[in-house]
Design a protein around this ligand. Structure first.
Ligand code: GLA
Length: 725
């Protein structure tokens, strides 16, 4: 079979268009598309890499469905695009007129399919960008036209992926405040399943635009064919999985949620749909996670390869009761145990209206002189005296009716002109109208002013504690209100871009009442994510397990908090709390003075240990060994370096049942041919380590037979470091 594109070339080239197969390959996968001049682009195959594409056809593995189906012409399947033309016609029939291929200087090879409607001057560019080293493909489209008047976009998905039917199981995340990223699995039967959100602002509460489908029965961790995908979009989304009883195919359509978001596309305007990222693995769910993690760290997350600091956040320590002395004490206590960064959370601002609770002050980003008479500079001085970096909390897209900002600009909030707006936290919170360029400037200035006045600020926690519950903009024209959800996020992204152009090094945490914004759309601008306001270590085993399916450890903020835990009341030993937090980006969220002398001693050692294993955790390959959802009393996972020369293994016992029959702990992802020295790290008593301490065992034995570790107590845990010999 003739292959049009033999190799990735830096030069752009245009293919001749006779019916051609386009092989979009990565190290281990092939996506095969077929296009020819005057005909549609067909989605032929996506799966494990094929050496000879004849094999696809010889084994009836080809699909051959439209790769971007449109409503109105011979499309009884799902559609990715539906429009109303200027003259009222609702049909589209896209055909290819050109194909381009080039290498992106930022990494990845790009294929561009240029399509045009057969009748109307309506154009679609469909992009596929392949990242070889991590088996990731991104796809998105650009929509435009030269009709006489606006064309209404009724549906405008980023991606359409047909899948040959099998015994398909869908894995996805759902949850809400304090219980984010809960993992669900269900068998896909004929019918429609949707993962969607129309919260407007905190779109990862309720769901997450990410999924895995296991193609041969319930998903396994390290074996089996799995296809995974995630939509990189901060606004409302809709991912539909449609299995039509007759057709024997599963159709996946992913994109912006078109509900109440019809978009009037002006002549020559280009509408770019968000990127949909997908990957395929024969190594089960774990393979999908590792592909996504590698891609995210290497190509997507700002500063994704840089080590993340161990921080202490003031929130659960003092809540709104911020003052200089309290902050100083926390900084000093944290410095004593080896911390690196101190973050002052909510409660520091508001001059006319001091921020003493959730009822006031959002928008008034000036220091509360009553609480901090010497200002932010004095806090940074104290941080630096303690050899700590300094960070600060903001919630810049919001205001309270009790604030100077609202008094000055009551028209800057999202609200209907003729209704009393529905309010959020404190009974006074409102969302600012990010569609309005003046509001965009205000939000940019929140960051810019703080940085201008205090250039030594190293980190910001950017929170968003409200949904869009008044879906109306006083800025947008009356007949363009359906653009609100889209324009809000365009405005927000524009501000983020401006901030990043001016402050590329500032570390910014993404927070929305916890993990309410966990979404790849944010990560070109945000370095990490506050996983949840629920800091109970046992609950975090679930939340972090769910997150880890799609997002890497270096964005997963995991903090050790007080015991009994403030959310659940559970009493958890300090070692267990630290060990759970050490599986992500370690931090603390309590007054160090609340630690006993013994706990403080342990915390100091744990922080030192984390510094030594940080590269393995934050940049390593994750292997989930025992899920918290299994009916077992323990949970286990490990991180390995890509070179497989170092690994860190974690075992958590949630509750004690009966030790005698315990299974061996089998590891994964090691080199079977190498021997590993095993060391117990973060031991409760460094003088009294497990019997396995110092033993050398082959990777093969560790993976095939496993080791026997006895953990006698409720909420006990073990961390082992493995070093290849
Ligand atoms: C949200 C965040 C918390 C904290 C508070 C402050 O709930 O998730 O971590 O910052 O706001 O008000």
């Amino acid at each position: 079979m003739k292959r049009l594109f033999l190799a990735a070339i830096a030069l752009l080239c245009v293919a001749q268009l006779s019916a051609e197969n386009y092989e979009i390959t990565t190290k281990n996968t092939t996506l095969l598309l077929r296009a020819s001049e005057g005909r549609r682009v067909e989605f032929v195959y996506y799966g494990p890499k094929v050496n000879k594409i004849d094999e696809v056809f010889n084994t009836s593995s080809q699909i051959g469905w439209n790769a971007y189906p449109c409503f109105g012409t011979n499309c009884t399947c799902e559609h990715a695009l539906a429009v109303t033309h200027a003259n009222g016609d609702v049909s589209l029939e896209l055909v290819t007129y050109e194909v381009k291929q080039y290498t992106d200087p930022d990494g990845g090879r790009v294929w561009e399919f240029l399509l045009k409607d057969k009748v109307f001057p309506f154009y679609v560019k469909q992009f596929y960008k392949a990242y070889d080293d991590c088996d990731i493909i991104k796809t998105w489209t650009e929509l435009s036209h030269t009709e006489k008047k606006d064309v209404m976009l009724n549906k405008f998905a980023s991606a359409y992926i047909p899948v040959k039917s099998g015994d398909i199981y869908l894995n996805y995340l759902a949850g809400g405040w304090g219980a984010e990223a809960q993992l669900f699995e269900e068998r896909l039967l004929p019918g429609r399943k949707t993962i969607g959100n129309h919260d407007g602002a905190r779109t990862s509460f309720g769901g997450n635009p990410s999924f895995m489908i296991s193609l041969d029965g319930p998903a396994k961790e390290n074996e089996g064919n799995v296809l995974g995908g995630t939509l990189s979009y901060t606004g409302n989304y809709d991912l539909s999985f449609v299995k039509n009883g007759n057709a024997n195919h599963l159709e996946i359509v992913a994109g912006i949620n078109p509900e109440l978001s019809q978009y009037y596309l002006q002549p020559k305007e280009v509408f770019t749909t968000p990127e949909f990222i997908f990957t395929y693995s024969t190594e089960g769910k774990g393979g999908i996670s590792r592909n996504l993690h590698r891609w995210a760290r290497n190509y997507h997350i700002i500063g994704g390869k840089e080590p993340r600091d161990i921080l202490l956040n003031s929130w659960e320590g003092v809540y709104f009761r911020v003052n200089q002395e309290g902050m100083n004490q926390m900084m000093q206590g944290f410095a004593e145990i080896g911390g690196e960064l101190f973050v002052m959370d909510d409660g520091w601002f508001g001059d006319k209206y001091p921020r003493d609770n959730g009822e006031s002050s959002l928008g008034d980003w000036v220091v509360c002189e009553k609480k901090l008479p010497e200002g932010i500079g004095a806090l940074i001085d104290e941080a630096e005296r303690n050899n700590l970096k300094f960070g600060i909390w903001i919630e810049p897209e919001m205001t309270n009716t009790k604030s100077e900002l609202y008094e000055k600009h009551p028209d800057w909030v999202l609200r209907q002109p003729d209704r009393e707006p529905s309010k959020g936290r404190g009974g006074t919170q409102l969302v600012l109208d990010m569609c309005n360029p003046k509001v965009q400037d205000h939000v940019f200035n929140v960051v810019d002013n703080l940085m201008q006045e205090n250039p030594r600020i190293y980190y910001m926690k950017w929170d968003a504690n409200m949904s869009i519950s008044n879906a109306s903009s006083l800025y947008l024209p009356k007949d363009r209100q359906s653009h609100l959800y889209i324009e809000y996020h365009r405005g927000l992204m524009d501000v983020c871009k401006r901030i990043r152009e001016k402050y590329p090094k500032l570390v910014i945490q993404l927070c929305a009442s916890g993990g309410g914004r966990l979404n790849y759309g944010y990560f070109p601008y945000f370095n990490e994510c506050w996983s949840s306001d629920n800091t109970d270590a046992v609950q975090r085993l679930y939340i972090q397990h769910g997150m880890s399916h799609f997002y890497p450890a270096n964005i997963m903020a995991a903090h050790v908090s007080a015991s009994p835990n403030h959310q659940t009341g559970r009493v958890v030993p300090i070692k267990f709390r630290f060990d759970v937090a050490m599986t992500g980006r370690l931090g603390m969220e309590m007054k160090p003075s609340a630690l006993s002398a013994k706990e403080k001693e342990f915390a100091k050692r744990a922080i030192e240990t984390y510094k030594s294993i940080r590269p393995v955790i934050q940049q390593g390959d994750l292997y989930r060994l025992v899920s918290p959802y299994e009916k077992k009393p323990y949970v286990s996972l490990m991180y390995n370096t890509p070179e497989k020369d170092r690994a860190v293994f974690f075992l958590f016992r949630r509750h004690y049942i009966n030790d005698e029959w315990e299974e061996p702990r089998k590891m994964a992802g090691l080199d079977p041919e190498r021997n590993y020295l095993i060391r117990e790290i973060n031991a409760e008593n460094p003088e009294k380590k497990l019997a396995i301490e110092g033993k050398v065992v082959s990777g093969r034995f560790l993976m095939e037979n496993g080791i026997r570790l006895s953990l006698g107590k409720d909420l006990s845990s073990v961390v082992l470091e493995l070093i290849a010999q």
